[in-house]
Design a protein around this ligand. Structure first.
Ligand SMILES: [Zn+2]
Length: 339
């Protein structure tokens, strides 16, 4: 089969790979219908994370071809949306709603899904079948549910977005934009998107943002305070993962407010003293997307949300190197790869 391998930072190639096969009895093999490049794939691409001949990709939708002998729920022939952390679905952590920290978790990025086929560990705890074969125009939105929508949703839920709340979203990548959509769906009263990029501001407004803040860092915090009567937002979603964005997120929350940080953190150091006096609730980590998938799939199936709009470029798998380049240069918010 053909698949994407990152040989070194900036060196993405599409090449022949061995077809995956069932290794564990809990595995499934899927034929990938669509996959995409994640903002987190840019960390190794830019040399921030080490990388050497790594098969890439952890977002995917497709059709189940084969399942192992211990797979009970997922069946061959089903169209499935999968999450980026494979989880057994049965341990105490999974049952408490945190499958992304499952005691048996496997990061799907280690397996790779930017390829024609993929082996998905723990199929029953990782994949969710759609009600039927989707119309082609639903594929981008279902693919978004695999990670960026699920992660944005977790950000909004973790920040306790809801009726009567003011929600601030730090980060205007796909996750941040979909956190705006999630906050809207959860009934937030006011949604402040922090973005200085015109196309992204437009999409944020389309997804439900009521205010746009272009300032960053301390100025961004001051602007949020100004918009909230000096208090700060009730709920803040952090969707970048840098020192500046984390400080901006915590600073933008009011005392007693909730911050959910879903951007993969890199070299973030927080002062214990600042945290102490911020007096905010903090929750973060890899999003437990599987918890939300049934609800998200139904919302997409019923055409109540259209998160697939974050894909502003579509390329065939063979042109994956261009997809990485377009995202690295911020020419595209998110690139869908067709198989
Ligand atoms: Zn588990």
């Amino acid at each position: 089969m053909r698949g994407v391998v990152m040989h070194a930072p900036g060196d993405v190639r599409v090449q022949d790979l061995d077809d995956p096969r069932i290794i564990e009895p809990t595995d499934a093999i899927i034929r990938v219908t669509a996959t995409c490049v994640c903002g987190s794939d840019l960390w190794p691409y830019r040399g921030v994370e080490e990388v050497h001949e790594q098969p890439m990709g952890h977002e995917y939708v497709g059709v189940v071809e084969q399942v192992g002998s211990e797979v009970k729920i997922i069946k061959p022939g089903q169209f499935v949306v999968g999450t980026f952390v494979a989880a057994d679905g049965t341990c105490e952590i999974c049952r408490s709603g945190y499958p992304s920290s499952c005691v048996h978790r496997v990061f799907v990025g280690q397996v790779g899904t930017q390829s024609e086929r993929a082996r998905i560990p723990w199929a029953d705890g990782t994949l969710v079948a759609t009600p039927g074969t989707p119309e082609p125009d639903l594929i981008p939105s279902l693919l978004a549910a695999s990670d960026v929508l699920g992660t944005g949703w977790f950000g909004a839920v973790g920040a306790e977005a809801g009726p009567g709340k003011t929600v601030a979203v730090v980060g205007d990548g796909a996750v941040g934009l979909l956190a705006v959509l999630a906050a809207k769906q959860l009934g937030a009263e006011r949604i402040i998107a922090m973005s200085r990029h015109e196309a992204r501001q437009k999409l944020a407004i389309e997804f439900g943002a009521t205010d746009i803040v272009t300032e960053r860092g301390d100025e961004g915090v001051a602007k949020i305070k100004e918009l909230t009567g000096g208090l700060g937002a009730h709920s803040v979603v952090e969707a970048v993962g840098t020192q500046e964005s984390m400080r901006q997120a915590i600073g933008s929350a009011r005392p007693g407010g909730h911050v959910c940080f879903v951007g993969v953190n890199h070299d973030v150091n927080l002062s214990g003293e600042d945290l102490f006096f911020a007096q905010v609730h903090l929750l973060g980590g890899p999003a437990p997307v599987h918890r939300f998938l049934p609800e998200l799939i139904q919302l997409i199936w019923d055409r109540k949300i259209d998160p697939g709009k974050v894909f502003d470029l579509q390329l065939p798998l063979e042109e994956a190197a261009d997809a990485y380049k377009a995202m690295d240069e911020r020419r595209a918010i998110k690139v869908l790869l067709t198989i």
